[in-house]
Design a protein around this ligand. Structure first.
Ligand SMILES: NC(=[NH2+])NCCC[C@H](N)C(=O)O
Length: 398
């Protein structure tokens, strides 16, 4: 089965989602900040909202793959099971005694049970027979294996560039283990057999929310709180060497929570149109990077992002649709992921219903908007684009 993505907007064929599960029930007022959530979501309602998101995609003919299903399949093989178990057991905080006890606990689980622990973590009271110094000194609120509530945002832990997949390297400690799961899925699931990997975890920080496939051969990579310039540099070099891209626009973004990823301020809704936060539309800049001699990079001085993007795509101008109408609405709707739309096809996108003005702006510009509710899903600060990793889109290139 072939998988291919060369744009943000080509008709979406297959997407990887994660239906939120028990890992969301781990969030408490004590840990939600370090686990990168702004509140304590109502889990059942978040699942309902997510099911409606998936249904909206399926209604338009999109195949939805669930991360938990792929992970469970992969855990059916002994070597993948050993690799993923080792990834949690290698945590230096465990110490030898507790490590051995956790190993016994995990060895007893069937693939679905182990998948749940890898995603939702292991709480103190869930390990029945703990002993030793580390276990005795653990607070009963501490986790023996940390939960991964941000798995919901599948966008960040892998991104396809053409026919290759970049398994990313997540910056925040609360998320870095996520890529052990996507890495195992892409290397061991029969569906993805033979897929080349253009990036692996453990390299310089790179997050999928920062990577926009502006068009065939043209990438924009936000650098800021998450993706580091060194990550953008390595991705550019590898994409050029493999013929996956000819231009990478490196886009510095403010290192703040509201703008943690490039896709929180700008996403594409048509082959030549973006929905963009007006407060940054004029100030956002891009360093254009192309392939030079002998694996060197050619780096051009920064220019306005929209100018650089239009040039790289070979079009006259990029159309810009503003978030909100006035500065206050824009700020509110940017925070609520008004810019974080997921295109199902050119001029057809999924958006949170609460961003009333932004959605109206999109419609005025001729973009059809499928509205979903996200009152609970949004508490992790991510919208439809963050919650989806396209695996297959109809190519825009030739
Ligand atoms: N592509 C994105 N914008 N993802 C949003 C991720 C949100 C998540 N809580 C984090 O802080 O990492």
């Amino acid at each position: 089965m072939s998988h291919y993505v060369d744009s943000e907007v080509g008709r979406l064929g297959t997407v990887l989602l994660h239906r939120p599960g028990r890992e969301l029930a781990r969030l408490t007022p004590r840990n939600n900040d370090s686990l990168l959530f702004d509140g304590i979501p109502w889990v059942g309602r978040a699942q309902e909202e997510h099911d409606k998101f998936a249904a909206a995609l399926r209604d338009r003919g999109v195949e939805v793959l669930y991360l938990a299903d792929l992970l469970t399949d992969v855990l059916g093989t002994a070597f993948a099971r050993a690799e993923l178990t080792e990834a949690v057991l290698s945590d230096v905080r465990l110490g030898d005694t507790l490590r051995a006890e956790v190993a016994v606990h995990l060895a007893d689980l069937d693939p679905a049970g182990l998948a749940t622990v890898l995603m939702a973590g292991l709480a103190h009271e869930e390990l029945r027979t703990g002993s030793g110094l580390v276990y005795s000194l653990l607070d009963r609120h501490d986790f023996i294996i940390d939960p991964l509530p941000n798995l919901l945002f599948t966008r960040d832990s892998s991104v396809w560039v053409g026919g290759e997949v970049a398994v990313t390297s997540l910056a925040m400690p609360a998320r870095s283990r996520e890529t052990t799961l996507t890495h195992a899925i892409y290397r061991h699931h029969p569906r993805f057999a033979g897929t080349p990997l253009v990036y692996e975890p453990g390299l310089e920080h790179l997050e999928g929310g920062d990577v926009l496939l502006l068009g065939p051969g043209v990438l924009a990579v936000g650098v800021g709180e998450r993706t580091r310039p060194a990550g953008a540099e390595r991705l550019a070099r590898r994409c050029f060497a493999r013929g996956l891209a000819h231009t990478v626009l490196v886009v510095p973004i403010a290192q703040e929570r509201a703008t943690m990823h490039l896709d929180t301020v700008c996403t594409m809704v048509d082959v030549d149109a973006v929905v963009m936060y007006p407060n940054v539309a004029d100030s956002l800049e891009a360093w254009t990077v192309t392939a030079g001699e002998d694996d060197e990079l050619r780096i051009f001085p920064p220019e306005p992002f929209l100018t650089a993007a239009a040039k790289a795509l070979g079009i006259d101008t990029m159309r810009v649709i503003d978030t909100g109408l006035d500065p206050i609405t824009a700020e509110r709707e940017q925070w609520d992921d008004g810019n974080n739309t997921l295109a199902i096809a050119p001029r057809l996108c999924v958006a949170y219903e609460r961003n009333v003005e932004t959605n109206a702006q999109l419609e005025r510009a001729g973009i059809e908007v499928i509205r979903i509710s996200g009152s609970e899903l949004g508490s992790g600060r991510g919208g439809p684009r963050c919650m989806s990793a396209p695996v297959n889109r109809a190519p825009l290139g030739h």
